[in-house]
Ligand binder design. Sequence first.
Ligand SMILES: N[C@@H](CCC(=O)N[C@@H](CS)C(=O)NCC(=O)O)C(=O)O
Ligand SMILES: *[C@@H]1O[C@H](CO)[C@@H](O)[C@H](O)[C@H]1NC(C)=O
Length: 226
Amino acid sequence: MMGSKNDVKLLSFLLSPVGHRVEWALKLKGVEFEYVEEDIFNKSNLLLELNPVHKKVPVLVHHQKPIAESLIIVEYIDQTWKQHPLLPQHPYQRALARFWGTVADKLVKTSYVAMCSSGDEQEKSVKEAKEVMDKIEEEIIKGKKFFGGDNIGYLDLAFGWIPYWLPIWEEVGSMQIVDPLKHCAISAWNTNFLSHPIIKDCLPPRDKMLVYSHRRKNEFSSTLRR
Ligand SMILES: N[C@@H](CCC(=O)N[C@@H](CS)C(=O)NCC(=O)O)C(=O)O
Ligand SMILES: *[C@@H]1O[C@H](CO)[C@@H](O)[C@H](O)[C@H]1NC(C)=O
């Protein structure tokens, strides 16, 4: 047995919103793990070996076997450690949660592109992201404390970048995607999510996120100018 008692290792990046999905899941379950910080600008051979297809974090290694893609990892964690269930039990509810999980993954990309871009491209991404936010507000969070109901679940982790990362992206991109007046249920959930004891103790420092987001935006616009 190497590392922690459960032989669980997580390769991630401090500022990654999708990496945090996995960290939150492990912490909610109370699973001990070894955390390995990856330099995404100078990837380790270990990462390239463990995730040769995408070469991205997060990667979970359980008993020497790697798993990539944050939401797939969260699902694996949920099936491996039964305490604090994250996905619903009923097949239809599970399918719905997975469906909205794919929406969360698409929306995180659209919002990130909106921060990085400007002009027409930014306008298009902001519009697209807002429309999806309207659907989330109306269809899945209204009247609930968490996406999972009374307890934090899979979709709370999937959308977990909205309360903390998105406001920074909105600031750096000088744009607005969540409108507190229109997206009341999402805004209330933002507060519920960030007040949860496990979540609030597992967030990256805001100052580092600001610096990093500005850097990504600058790199993005210089790529476009080339
Ligand atoms: N869909 C993937 C996204 C993973 C991802 O984009 N990871 C970023 C960090 S936030 C990364 O490793 N970037 C390095 C790169 O793109 O080269 C997941 O949910 O795990
Ligand atoms: C990249 O990482 C390797 C080790 O994985 C290290 O030896 C090297 O100095 C790093 N390069 C930079 C530019 O940080």
